[in-house]
Design a protein around this ligand. Structure first.
Ligand code: ATP
Ligand code: MN
Ligand code: MN
Length: 296
């Protein structure tokens, strides 16, 4: 047995150095990442499938980096879709992570975080979710995020909308509202902005929409701009942090007591998952016209 750590093949994918720590301070081996993603595949693949994917890779001795363009040495089974990426100002070949071999190949590449676009490659003009991204200030605990999330819930409720919430695996939460076909990206952007501003108005001591960090005054930032071609870390995606915490769905009741850092590649599979029952999820919804108009 090579001391450097085992290699093996799974689902036709060659896996290497499985016993190496993923990155310095991870406390998690590449094998643990691969095992987690293989076991979580039935849940994470539907969230990734068909959506242009960026990944965060952590190579040993390097700073983690976000990779959009699929390297030319990628095997043929990794499907790609190419289009102009304004953020990179060039044509990018994005991966579509539609199957287990592609997911395992990425894991072997030390791709730890999975960031799909909010739209499908086959229907880039069709928004599927409205997303509210909640970011705590530098020194605040998760309590502040929870308080802001409940405000967002009230703002949604007042607009007749139902959202679901997931931890990000990092510092904040993402709140998603499934959308019925109809609204344009511009409509969703307007509604997102209006909801963020209404949230701030509900309690300006807790929530802010101030873009400049210095103007946030220690409050939770409710991002009014996450829409269109942007990405968010996928549900069930691990994050590049010690112990590999993962983004995980929580019920609104659970939100008050959940400790996001405890939901990791080692524990997530054993947790109750409020999104595993499709009947428990809110149905795709239409956006109220006044909300869309208010944010324009
Ligand atoms: P946290 O809970 O710490 O805020 P997060 O994943 O929500 O974690 P954000 O900084 O709020 O992190 O960003 C929201 C999303 O925007 C990310 O999940 C990611 O998909 C995308 N994003 C953020 N920064 C970049 C970047 N530099 N390049 C590409 N995408 C990014
Ligand atoms: Mn953010
Ligand atoms: Mn965030």
């Amino acid at each position: 047995m090579a001391a450097k750590g085992a290699g093996e093949e799974r689902h036709g994918v060659a896996l290497t150095n499985l016993d190496q720590e993923l990155f310095s301070g991870a406390g998690v081996s590449k094998r643990e990442l691969v095992d987690y993603l293989e076991a979580m595949a039935p849940r994470i693949l539907p969230a990734l499938a068909g959506r242009p994917l960026s990944v965060v890779r952590a190579l040993r001795g390097q700073k983690p980096f976000m990779q959009k363009n699929v390297p030319t040495y990628a095997p043929d089974f990794v499907r790609t879709v190419s289009f102009w990426a304004e953020s990179s100002r060039r044509e990018v070949a994005y991966a579509l992570c539609d199957d287990l071999p592609t997911l395992l190949w990425f894991a072997n590449q030390r791709a730890i975080e999975y960031h799909p676009t909010l739209v499908r490659a086959a229907a880039m003009e069709v928004p599927e979710h409205l997303v509210l991204d909640l970011d705590p200030p530098e020194d605040a605990g998760f309590d502040a995020v929870v308080a802001a999330a409940h405000l967002v819930r009230r703002a949604l409720d007042d607009a007749g909308l139902h959202g679901v919430v997931k931890t990000t695996g990092a510092k904040g939460v993402h709140i998603l509202v499934p959308l019925a076909p109809g609204p344009t990206h511009e409509d969703v952007a307007g509604a997102t902005r209006a909801l963020a501003v209404r949230t701030e108005r509900l309690d300006p001591a807790i929530a802010t929409t101030a873009f400049i960090r210095a103007d946030r005054g220690g409050k939770v930032f409710v991002d009014p701009t996450r829409a269109g071609g942007s990405t968010i870390a996928s549900v069930y995606s691990p994050r590049v942090r010690p112990g590999l915490p993962v983004s995980f769905p929580v019920s609104w009741d659970e939100l008050d007591t959940v400790v996001p850092a405890e939901i990791t590649v080692a524990t997530a599979l054993g947790r109750p998952d409020p999104w595993s029952d499709p009947d428990a999820l809110p149905a795709p919804q239409a956006l109220p016209e006044d909300l869309v108009a208010e944010g324009r």
